[in-house]
Design a protein around this ligand. Structure first.
Ligand code: GLN
Length: 445
């Protein structure tokens, strides 16, 4: 425990992966872990953990990467936090992130950009960039993250670790600051699939405090015994692989798929006809939901309050103008506009229809295969400042957003390096079948 804590302190100057590094570990959690270690211990008891700074931690700041919540100290724990601490895990800090989880580079944080441990001049991906960088730099063995359109998978890929976004409804959103509620899911970033499976099992399951939490029985990861993929049908989304502009990523992806075949999997060619509409639909739906969710930050009930309001309306305007960063404001504007009465049918409703078509594409694909394999990110970790315009950043989400719109479980696992930078492969599973994608990743690893 102490080793990770020392490394967290030592490497935070260089990576800026953590917004807070706890000076003193939470006495309640340490006692709980000691207590558990004495008995038939949970396998996670005593293991250090970093939470993305949008999971509410009782008595500890939860900034969401925003000036808006700079001094926010929640009076309660998120369900993810309380479940993992009940298993005996010990939180030793909170991870940096793009403000309100909006971004793919961790450059949109009020607490400064995060550096990728593989090359400090490059981004770690986002929005769970701090979580991914912290695991990659061995500042923590495990971190939580959230994924709305790729925010666990893309940083996991760019930092050379494993990251899983479970099925929508698998993990409670209670106490997880909302961005786009119909898409947000908490998940895990860790070195390997086996670690992700253990931690995900401990944090998942029905929660009466979240009305969208699935009323399904709990699940426990089972590490496969045989190192063989015989009988597993892997659907390869070939157009995505063929469309990769980066030759090195393409070669590594093809090689990884060949490895799955060599391990016994049969490969099937899959085409998702509506997937290329996913980014456009997402950037209507996610901003629409965010404009509604973020309306609670009014300078009265939560977070930053301006010091110089003339009247109530001015208080709202100034508090929000001062508290939110550029990208968050852009999304609120787009979302408010898309939801306004004259445009609702043209944008929001149309995007919902596309979402349905994409879900149907996946349903048909899963008639033919057990898991899907495809790229995660079309490019390697890019340099800080390289993607200044919003749209090119949005385009980087093209391979991660489709599974998010369909609510499916998906992960990124490391498959090698190009020019010294990590590359990941994405596996997507049937709804509620985290076991299969983790099992394939575990055997690959
Ligand atoms: N990059 C995407 C966005 O900015 C995804 C973010 C996320 O998954 N939280 O919306």
């Amino acid at each position: 425990n102490g080793v990770y804590h020392d490394r967290a302190r030592q490497f935070n100057d260089r990576t800026n992966a953590l917004i807070s590094v706890y000076e003193e570990l939470c006495a309640r959690e340490v006692m709980q872990a000691q207590d558990l270690l004495g008995k038939a211990a949970h396998p996670l008891a005593g293991i250090p953990l970093i939470h993305k700074d949008l999971f509410c931690t009782r008595g500890q700041t939860t900034t969401c990467g925003s000036n808006m919540l700079e001094h926010f100290i929640p009076p309660y724990d998120a369900t993810v936090v309380s479940r993992l601490s009940a298993a005996g895990m010990i939180t030793h800090g909170k991870a940096n992130m793009d403000e309100f989880a909006m971004g793919s580079s961790n450059e949109h944080s009020a607490y400064g950009p995060v550096a990728n441990p593989w090359d400090l001049s490059r981004v770690p991906g986002g929005s769970s960039g701090g979580s991914a960088a912290a695991v990659a730099a061995r500042m923590t063995p495990v971190a939580t993250g959230t994924d709305t359109g790729g925010s666990i998978r893309q940083p996991a890929a760019l930092c050379g670790i494993t990251g899983i976004k479970p099925s929508y409804g698998r993990v409670s959103r209670y106490g997880m600051v909302a961005f786009a509620s119909s898409l947000d899911q908490g998940g895990v970033l860790a070195p390997a699939a086996d670690d992700c499976g253990l931690v995900l099992s401990a944090m998942s399951g029905h929660d009466p405090l979240d009305s969208t939490s699935a009323r399904r029985p709990g699940w426990a990861w089972q590490k496969p015994e045989s190192a063989d993929l015989t009988g597993v049908k892997v659907g390869v989304i070939q157009d995505w692989v063929d469309g990769l502009q980066d030759e090195a990523i393409k070669q590594l992806t093809l090689q990884a798929i060949e490895t799955l075949k060599a391990q016994g999997a049969s490969l099937i060619d899959i085409h998702l006809p509506h997937a290329d509409l996913a980014v456009s639909a997402y950037y209507v739906l996610a901003p629409a939901e965010c404009s509604s969710n973020l309306s609670r930050f009014d300078g009265v009930r939560f977070g930053h309050q301006t010091a110089q309001a003339q009247n109530l309306e001015d208080l709202y305007r100034r508090s929000r103008s001062e508290g939110f960063g550029e990208e968050v404001k852009r999304r609120i504007m787009i979302g408010t506009w898309a939801l306004s009465s004259g445009y609702y049918d043209a944008y929001y409703l149309k995007a919902q229809k596309i979402r349905r078509l994409i879900s149907d594409d996946f349903r048909q694909a899963f008639d033919q295969c057990h898991v899907l394999a495809c790229p995660v990110s079309p490019e390697l970790a890019f340099k800080h400042g390289e993607k200044a315009d919003g749209v090119s950043m949005y385009q980087a989400d093209q391979f991660t957003i489709p599974a998010s719109l369909a609510g499916l479980p998906c992960l990124s696992m490391p498959i090698g390096h190009a020019a010294g930078l990590p590359v990941g492969l994405q596996l997507i599973g049937r709804y509620y079948d985290e076991q299969s994608i983790l099992a394939v990743a575990d055997q690959y690893q």
